[in-house]
Design a protein around this ligand. Structure first.
Ligand SMILES: NC(=O)c1ccc[n+]([C@@H]2O[C@H](COP(=O)([O-])OP(=O)(O)OC[C@H]3O[C@@H](n4cnc5c(N)ncnc54)[C@H](OP(=O)(O)O)[C@@H]3O)[C@@H](O)[C@H]2O)c1
Length: 248
C-alpha cells in the first residue's frame, strides 16, 4: 500500500469520454485518482497522459465478472489506503435500448438494467464502509431519459429512472453515516462516441433546442468535482441535468 497524498477519487468507467474529462479536472483540484476501465490500452494511455498533472493509477476490472465491485474497491483501498469519492461513468452501447419501442430488443433490457442499477448498487455496497469513514460521496451518471419523458426512450428511461430511485433513497439513508449521493444527468454530449453514433444531423437538431448550446464532457466535469468536494457538504440526493437548456 502507498498512502495517498490527497483525497482519493475512484472513477468507474474513468477511461471513457466523461470520465477522462472528470479525471483531468479532478487532478487540477488536488484529488488522487483511481481510473477504472476494461481496456488496458485505454486505461494505461489515460493514466500516462494524466501523470504530468498529478497522481493517478489504473484499475482493470470487467464489471460483469463475479464480485467485480468488491474486487475493484478492495484494489483501490489496498493501493491508496482510503476512498473518499466514487463516480460511476460506466456505460455500454445503446444497441437495442433506444429507438421505437415496437422495434426494440426486449432481451437487451435486462443487461442494461443490471448495468444501470445492479452494478451501481453493488459498487455502492462495496464502497460504503470507506465512504462512511471519510464522509465521502457517491455520484452516478444517468441520463435525461430517466428524468424527462421522450419518444424512443422507454427502455433507457426505465433503467435510468431505476438508478435515480436508488440514489435518492440511498442518499437519505446514507446521510446518517455522513455519505452524500447524487446523479448527474446528461442528454446529448458534443464531441464523444455517442455523438458520433447519433450522427451530425441529430446532434445539430438537438443543438437548435439547447439555448446554451450542447455541453461537452469538459462542461460536465466541474459539477462532478464540486459535488464530491467540501463545498457541497450539505447537499445530497440531487439529480442535476447538464444539457445546455434542452430539458428543464
Ligand atoms: N456521452 C453521452 O452522450 C451521454 C449522454 C447521456 C448519458 N451519458 C452517461 O454518462 C456516463 C458516461 O458516458 P461516456 O460517454 O463517458 O461513456 P463511454 O465513453 O462509453 O465510457 C464508458 C466507460 O465504461 C467502461 N466500461 C464499459 N463496459 C465495461 C465493462 N464491462 N467493464 C469495465 N468497464 C466498462 C468503458 O471502458 P472500455 O472503454 O474499456 O470498455 C469506459 O471507461 C454513462 O453512464 C452514460 O450512459 C452519456
Amino acid at each position: 500500500m502507498s498512502a495517498a497524498a490527497g483525497k482519493v477519487l475512484l472513477i468507474a468507467g474513468g477511461s471513457g469520454s466523461v470520465g477522462s474529462a472528470i479525471a483531468r479536472a479532478a487532478l487540477d483540484e488536488g484529488w488522487t485518482l483511481a481510473i477504472h476501465g476494461r481496456s488496458e490500452v485505454k486505461v494505461a494511455g489515460l493514466v500516462a497522459a494524466l501523470g504530468v498533472r498529478g497522481p493517478a493509477e489504473g484499475f482493470l476490472v470487467d464489471i460483469w465478472q463475479v464480485d467485480a465491485a468488491d474486487t475493484l474497491v478492495a484494489e483501490v483501498v489496498e493501493q491508496f489506503g482510503r476512498l473518499d469519492a466514487v463516480i460511476d461513468c460506466t456505460a455500454t452501447g445503446p444497441s437495442g435500448i433506444t429507438g421505437l419501442f415496437a422495434q426494440a430488443e426486449p432481451a437487451a433490457f435486462g443487461h442494461f438494467l443490471d448495468l444501470s442499477v445492479g452494478w451501481l448498487q453493488r459498487l455502492a455496497h462495496a464502497a460504503y464502509p470507506h465512504l462512511a469513514r471519510e464522509g465521502g460521496t457517491l455520484l452516478s451518471f444517468v441520463s435525461d431519459a430517466g428524468v424527462f419523458a421522450a419518444p424512443r426512450q422507454a427502455l433507457i428511461g426505465a433503467a435510468r429512472a431505476g438508478a435515480i430511485g436508488f440514489i435518492r433513497n440511498f442518499a437519505l439513508e446514507a446521510a446518517r453515516d455522513g455519505i452524500r449521493a447524487h446523479c448527474i444527468s446528461p442528454s446529448y454530449v458534443e464531441g464523444n462516441d455517442s455523438a458520433r453514433k447519433l450522427g451530425s444531423e441529430r446532434m445539430a437538431k438537438a443543438a437548435t433546442r439547447a439555448g446554451l448550446g450542447l455541453p461537452t464532457a469538459e462542461d460536465i466535469a466541474p459539477l462532478a468535482i464540486f459535488l464530491c468536494g467540501d463545498g457541497a457538504r450539505k447537499i445530497t440526493g440531487q439529480v442535476i441535468s447538464v444539457n445546455g437548456g434542452l430539458n428543464a
